[in-house]
Design a protein around this ligand. Structure first.
Ligand code: NCD
Length: 307
C-alpha cells in the first residue's frame, strides 16, 4: 500500500507516468468513467479548502467512485479532542482511500502510520502540498512542453507557502532548473530547504526582494498568497500582505512565452486585469488539478488503465 505525503514519494519516472495518465484523462475522459466503480474516497479537511477538496471529490466522482468526508475541524470529532491517529483508524473502515488536510506539519505522516488505506497529504500546515505540485507540474509541462531547462520565479510567502516547498522538492529533480526566489526578507525560503534541497542538489538560485528586476529572466512566475493563518501576529501580516502585486505594467517586462501560475486562492497579489493576459495560466492550472487527482487516485488504488 502506498501513500503520497511528499512529492518525493513518487520517483521521477512514476511522476512522469502519472502526468501522462493525467493528460490521457484530459483527452479521453469518458474512457475512465467507471474505473473506480464501488470505491470510496474520504476527504478529511481540518483546514479551509475550495479547490483541493472539491477537485478531489470531482476526480473520484468522474472515475465512477463515491465520496464522503468532513469539510472542517468543527464538524468532526477533532472538535471533541480526537487524535488524527484515532480518526484515520476509523476512516480506514469506511473508505478505500483518503485525502487529508490538517494545520499541523507532519499530521499526514502520523495518519499514514496508522492507516490501512492510502493517505494523500492534501496540505499539512506550512510543510508540504504534493498534489498541488503534481497540478503545477502538469500545468508547466502542458504550457512549456518540458519540466527542465527553465528559470522559475517563486514569489510571495516562500516561508509558510507549502505549495512552494513541495514544488522546489519536485523541480530540482529535472535538469537545467534555476530558481529566482522573490520575497520580503522575513518570508524567505526556510534554510532547511535551501541547504537540504537546493544546495544539496547544486541547484543555481538567487534571492531578491525585487519582482520587477526578475521579470525578464523568468520562464515561469509562480505567485503565492501571504499565508495569514500561519502568522503569529496580525500586524506583521498587514505590513507584508501587499508586498507584491503583479499587474499589467510588470507583465510588460516579461518574456512573451513566460507563464504565470498561482495555486489560488488569490487575494491582492495578482490584479484582475492580468487575468485576460494569455500568459495567465492559474485558472487552467485549477482545471488540471482534477486530472492529476484522477490519475493519482487510480495510481494509489492500483486501478488498471482502460484500453
Ligand atoms: C494552497 C494551499 O492550501 O496551500 N491552496 C490550494 O490548495 N490550492 C495555497 C494557499 O492557500 O495559499
Amino acid at each position: 500500500m502506498r501513500h503520497l505525503l511528499s512529492p518525493l514519494d513518487l520517483s521521477v519516472e512514476e511522476t512522469d507516468q502519472l502526468l501522462s495518465l493525467a493528460s490521457d484523462i484530459e483527452k479521453n475522459r469518458s474512457k475512465y468513467a467507471h474505473v473506480c466503480d464501488g470505491k470510496k474516497l474520504a476527504t478529511l479537511f481540518f483546514e479551509p479548502s475550495t479547490r483541493t477538496r472539491l477537485s478531489f471529490e470531482s476526480a473520484m466522482l468522474s472515475l465512477g467512485g463515491s465520496v464522503l468526508g468532513v469539510s472542517s475541524a468543527d464538524s468532526s470529532s477533532a472538535a471533541k479532542g480526537e487524535s488524527v491517529s484515532d480518526t484515520i483508524r476509523v476512516i480506514s473502515c469506511y473508505a478505500d482511500i483518503c485525502a487529508m488536510r490538517h494545520p499541523k506539519e507532519g499530521s499526514a505522516y502520523v495518519a499514514a502510520s496508522k492507516s490501512s488505506i492510502p493517505v494523500i497529504n492534501a496540505g499539512d500546515g506550512g510543510h508540504q502540498h504534493p498534489t498541488q505540485t503534481l497540478t503545477d507540474l502538469l500545468t508547466i509541462k502542458s504550457l512549456k512542453g518540458r519540466l527542465g531547462d527553465m528559470t522559475v520565479g517563486l514569489c510571495g510567502d516562500l516561508k509558510f507557502g507549502r505549495t512552494v516547498h513541495s514544488l522546489i522538492h519536485a523541480l530540482v529533480r529535472y535538469p537545467g532548473i534555476r530558481f529566482v526566489l522573490i520575497s520580503p526578507p522575513e518570508l524567505k525560503v526556510p534554510d532547511y530547504i535551501k541547504e537540504n534541497v537546493l544546495d544539496a542538489n547544486h541547484i543555481p538560485y538567487r534571492e531578491t526582494t525585487n519582482l520587477d528586476d526578475a521579470m525578464e529572466e523568468l520562464d515561469i512566475l509562480y505567485m503565492t498568497r501571504v499565508q495569514r493563518e500561519r502568522f503569529f501576529n496580525e500586524e506583521d501580516y498587514i505590513r507584508m500582505k501587499d508586498c507584491y502585486i503583479l499587474d499589467q505594467e510588470k507583465m510588460k517586462l516579461a518574456k512573451p512565452d513566460m507563464f504565470v501560475l498561482h495555486p489560488l486562492p488569490r487575494v491582492n497579489e495578482i490584479s484582475v486585469e492580468v487575468d485576460d493576459d494569455p500568459r495567465a495560466a492559474y485558472f487552467k492550472q485549477a482545471q488540471y488539478g482534477v486530472y492529476v487527482r484522477m490519475a493519482l487516485i487510480m495510481t494509489l488504488l492500483e486501478v488498471e488503465k482502460p484500453c
